[in-house]
Design a binder for this molecule. Sequence first.
Ligand SMILES: [Zn+2]
Length: 132
Amino acid sequence: MQNLSAKIGVQIKPVFQSKKISQVLAPKEKKPPIVNNQCVVYKFQCDLCDTDYVGYTTRHLHQRIGEHKHSAIGRHLEDYGLSKSDLKDKQFSILRKCRTKFDCLIFEMLFIKELKPGLNTQMDSIRAKLFT
Ligand SMILES: [Zn+2]
């Protein structure tokens, strides 16, 4: 490298310069997928009919989606002759990001009242959740 530089009379620099440490440690701006959210009120929207479901989770949304394969949502898909694995992340959206479980309960209640989701039952009401 040194000899070559001297021969052709220009300074040869490596093409790939090593990154500055600040660049490496800088937080990535990329948004995480919605299923990695925690403590959220979410909505399931069936893509075959108008029916929907509102719920909350204090864990990662993807864990809750997994459980819904065995809930009213999973049964709803089966009513259409679909399998539980047809439940897709993209059918879920986040209505509200919460800070506490209490926030989740309150906003879930408000959204259920507002949206009247077809798949929610009495068991999903705030009273049922607080007293069971
Ligand atoms: Zn449906």
